[in-house]
Design a protein around this ligand. Structure first.
Ligand SMILES: N[C@@H](CCC(=O)N[C@@H](CS)C(=O)NCC(=O)O)C(=O)O
Length: 314
């Protein structure tokens, strides 16, 4: 069994958000354990750790559970500083870029992928995602708008092409903002990887029109890193049970006035509002950490980014 300090990623192969973290693992050459989570609910091992958060990926380090790629990537850079993916001189820009890659560009990618799959999409998947989003997951409508979305997708790919063309000096143009790969590359890679993995003909057609982006995509894809060790969800729960959460200083800098020790609930603010209840450990403008105790797993700390999450007392 893996020791309690190893990185455990709860994910599934097809997840583009999980691919960001897998790419970061490769770029940092980190050793990691892989737990394959189900694509649809129920996800009992995952939700036992998260207290109800069901989205993918989730990073577990012992009894610390990190929900959402933005806090996962931040934590990886904090714990494993070489190579640093937050590029010096460009701090803050990656989060601004992620608001686009994870928002508008991702929605364009989803429409193209499910528009291409159309009525071949698994009905159980559609039902699950409709329950998650609280609205219809209409693959017929997506098929109708797919041509317009494909045009939009190419336009967004060209923003990367323009950026790669804009650099000067040795090695400029290898990566989006530097001669080295950073978080901006990780965010931007996600949609190219997602569409390329699901609708390769279309992605390749676009990449032929954006040669610098094609070379960048291939360069990032060639990063090998370490192969993960596969463990089961039960193994991961066993590790959580043996471990204790990392000690944190209780902070009272919450912008809404919540104080450590208070009972709170946290949920994503876009869709899939599964509230996770716990005791507030830390909350500030960057993160929210809550603690949960169960007889099965003992005490776990669950970490969320602040951006994109709502916290309420209760
Ligand atoms: N803001 C989240 C988004 C994660 C997300 O939406 N992931 C997708 C999979 S790529 C998901 O969880 N879908 C629903 C599911 O798998 O249950 C993050 O950055 O981690």
């Amino acid at each position: 069994m893996a020791d309690t300090r190893t990185l455990i990623l709860h994910h599934y192969d097809a997840s583009p958000f999980a691919e960001k973290v897998r790419l970061a693992f490769r770029l940092k050459n980190l050793a990691w354990n892989s737990v394959e989570a189900p694509v649809i609910m129920p996800k009992p091992d995952l939700t036992a750790l998260t207290g109800g958060y069901r989205r993918i990926p989730v990073l577990q380090i012992g009894a610390d559970i990190y929900c959402d790629t933005s806090i996962i990537l931040r934590e990886l850079d904090r714990r494993y500083q070489i190579p640093q993916l937050t590029l010096p001189g460009h701090e803050g820009i990656a989060s601004m870029i992620a608001a686009w890659t994870d928002g508008k560009w991702f929605q364009t990618s989803v429409g193209i992928i499910f528009g291409a799959l159309g009525d071949k999409t698994d009905p159980a998947f559609i039902k699950d995602r409709e329950a998650l989003m609280g609205r219809p997951f209409d693959t017929v409508a997506m098929t109708k708008v797919a041509p317009a979305l494909r045009a939009q997708w190419l336009t967004q790919l060209m923003w990367i092409e323009d950026r790669l063309a804009g650099g000067t000096g040795a090695g400029a143009g290898n990566y989006i903002i530097s001669t080295k790969p950073g978080l901006i590359d990780v965010h931007a890679y996600m949609n190219v990887w997602f569409v390329h993995s699901q609708v390769p003909d279309f992605a390749n057609e676009c990449l032929e029109q954006t040669p610098r982006t094609k070379a960048w995509f291939e360069r990032l894809g060639e990063t090998t890193g370490q192969a993960p060790t596969t463990i089961t969800g039960a193994d991961a729960l066993g590790i959580a049970k043996q471990a204790g959460p990392r000690l944190l200083v209780a902070s009272d800098r919450d912008p809404t006035g919540l104080t450590p020790g208070e009972q709170v609930q946290v949920a994503p603010d876009d869709y899939g509002q599964d509230w996770v209840a716990g005791t507030l450990v830390q909350a500030d403008a960057r993160a929210i950490v809550i603690s949960r105790r169960t007889d099965e797993l003992g005490t776990l700390n669950i970490h969320f980014p602040r951006a994109g999450y709502i916290v309420k007392p209760g």
